[in-house]
Design a protein around this ligand. Structure first.
Ligand SMILES: [Fe+2]
Ligand SMILES: [Fe+2]
Length: 160
């Protein structure tokens, strides 16, 4: 099973996101290739990192009234649920499940980053969002985006 590797194709152009995604991909690889002795500890590290990663994006989506917030955030929640369930199964004696999940998460992530995270980054850039201060430097663009999204269904759910 080829494990996802970081590449230019995964760069979205927002430093905080790209750094977090690069760390995520690296952690997936360490779990996928971990020895039995390291596996649980590395997986816990991946799980903790993923909670922070998703929490960061969820918080930005909420703060900037991102139209696809619900669907995007729901995917995050589902993935964290799967990751927790995998840990429970490992603790019940399924010794392969954590490596399998790390591999599957690589496949999922390529699509998620390309579709949902890329759309979020595009939105944040459009409204001039400063991730360090939380400031929105182009509030007019935010008002336009909110108006355009008003009354429209959350299309991203269908392609998630
Ligand atoms: Fe992400
Ligand atoms: Fe995301």
């Amino acid at each position: 099973m080829a494990q996802l590797q970081w590449s230019e194709n995964l760069v979205l152009g927002m430093p905080q996101v790209d750094q977090t995604h690069q760390e995520f991909v690296a952690l997936l690889a360490t779990v996928a290739s971990a020895t039995e002795a390291q596996l649980r500890t590395l997986y816990l590290e991946l799980l903790a990192h993923t909670k922070v990663h998703f929490g960061m994006e969820d918080q930005w989506m909420q703060a900037t009234e991102f139209a696809s917030f619900h669907c995007h955030s729901m995917q995050h929640t589902m993935v964290l649920d799967v990751m927790q369930q995998a840990l429970d199964r490992y603790d019940e004696g399924d010794l392969e499940v954590l490596r399998v999940v790390a591999h599957e998460l690589g496949l999922w992530f390529e699509h998620h980053a390309d579709a949902m995270d890329a759309a979020l980054v595009g939105h944040l850039q459009k409204i001039g969002f400063d991730a360090t201060t939380g400031r929105i430097n182009n509030p007019e663009a935010l008002a336009r985006a909110s108006k355009a999204a008003c009354g429209e269904p959350d299309h991203a759910c269908a392609s998630a």
